[in-house]
Design a protein around this ligand. Structure first.
Ligand code: UD1
Length: 374
């Protein structure tokens, strides 16, 4: 890959910091723009793992001057900076739209109105844009259901039914053509990112690709953030000798991808010239239920702790979604390398170094107070 000067917004975060390491190792010049959000970086200082070969600018994506400085002389931008708590976005609505949608808009506004050297952009999108994944009904064929009706959830009937005929619906891989039904403010802002970056990229001839990340896990996942992903939450619960709390019946499933696979997908996309204007799923193509995930983590930790199955649900949660990775395979020749059984060791190793932070009770209380778990 020809060496580039790359700006990584959110480069001190979980995904961003791994990308920075990989870009530096590949010989690129890297600049980070990161606000060190206290929810993710409670110590208020640069994290120990941050790559010292990268230039660091502390600044918020909503500050015009900071973004202008960050964009100076870069060839490529990878926009990862975002507020990422799905549940939190449902009560911190204005801040999420401000940081995510307006933060992204400000960067694009500078590219549209000022001289710049950017020829390539990647933007982090999310499987959350889909809402529910794609399903198949034996009678009706492929279907794209919206969230399960409130009355069904109130009756603790968790699986998806075909909205047309009511028969059980079976999850199938979700491809990029599935209609988007974002179900949270966070997801809406991620769709904004995709659409805004692709539209401005096209208008100004900047090659732009949006990557829809599935559920990412791995070292450096922020355990101080109560809204971090379920794999990190369960690991820290088990290490603290507390039972994981499982929503619904635990048979809901997701596609868990190791952070190093996400990094290799980003690097491959940055280097490719056939993905301008494209949206690509970045997942493994394998569904794992929350119960299976919990079992694998408990095995890895040698924990006998049994999960507590809550038989309650989180407002806005989907039942199943896993990636169809055919498009990214075809266009980039990329495929994931690490299965969960292999990658989980890394996650657990990291969680062990993070002293007993269990932010779950706080998140639970905040969601409950607002009627967002039922
Ligand atoms: C959401 C977003 C995704 C984002 C991710 C991490 C959607 C559809 N997706 O994924 O884009 O990357 O958050 O911010 O909004 N669970 C439990 N117990 C817990 C925590 C979670 O049972 O203590 C269950 C949830 O009910 C859900 C599954 O685990 O069924 C996954 O939850 P989570 O890790 O929060 O991620 P998603 O909601 O899939």
């Amino acid at each position: 890959m020809t060496p580039m000067h790359v700006l990584v917004t959110g480069g001190a975060g979980f995904v961003g910091s791994h990308l920075v390491d990989a870009l530096v190792a590949a010989g690129h010049r890297v600049r980070i723009l990161d606000s060190l959000d206290p929810q993710v970086h409670p110590e208020g200082a640069l994290p120990d793992y941050l790559n010292s070969a990268a230039e660091f600018i502390r600044g918020d994506v909503r500050e015009r001057e900071a973004v202008r400085e960050a964009l100076r002389d870069v060839d490529a931008v990878v926009h990862l900076a975002a507020a990422v708590g799905v549940g939190q976005s449902m009560y911190d609505v204005a801040r999420y739209v401000d940081v995510n949608s307006l933060g992204g808009a400000l960067l694009l506004d500078l590219l549209a109105n000022e001289k710049h050297t950017v020829g390539r952009m990647l933007v982090a999108s999310s499987m959350s844009c889909y809402g529910e994944g794609k399903y198949a009904c034996d009678a009706c064929g492929p279907i794209f259901p919206k969230l399960r009706p409130a009355a069904q959830l109130a009756a603790r009937d968790w699986e998806m039914h075909c909205p047309a005929c009511g028969k059980p619906a079976r999850p199938v891989p979700t491809d990029e053509e599935k209609p988007l039904f974002p179900t949270s403010i966070y997801a809406i802002t991620k769709r904004d990112h995709e659409e805004m970056f692709l539209s401005v990229g096209r208008a100004y001839g900047i090659k732009t690709t949006a990557l829809r990340f599935f559920n990412i896990y791995g070292p450096r996942q922020a355990l101080s953030n109560p809204y971090t992903g379920v794999a990190a939450i369960f690991s820290s619960r088990l290490l603290n000798g507390r039972p994981p709390l499982i929503f619904e019946d635990g048979r809901q499933s997701r596609d868990f991808i190791h952070v190093s696979d996400v990094v290799s997908a980003m690097q491959t996309a940055l280097d490719a010239d056939n993905v301008d204007g494209e949206v690509l799923n970045v997942g493994t193509g394998r569904a794992l239920s929350v119960l299976e995930l919990c079992g694998l983590l408990a095995d890895k930790l040698g924990s006998g702790e049994k999960p507590e199955i809550e038989n309650r649900f989180r407002e806005g949660d989907i039942r199943h979604c896993y990636a169809d990775v055919e498009k990214i395979r075809r266009l980039l020749g990329w495929s994931p390398r690490i299965g969960f059984e292999e990658g989980v060791g890394d996650l657990v190793g990291w969680v062990r170094t993070q002293l007993a932070s269990d932010a779950v009770p706080r998140a639970k209380e905040e969601l409950e107070r607002r009627g967002l778990t039922k």
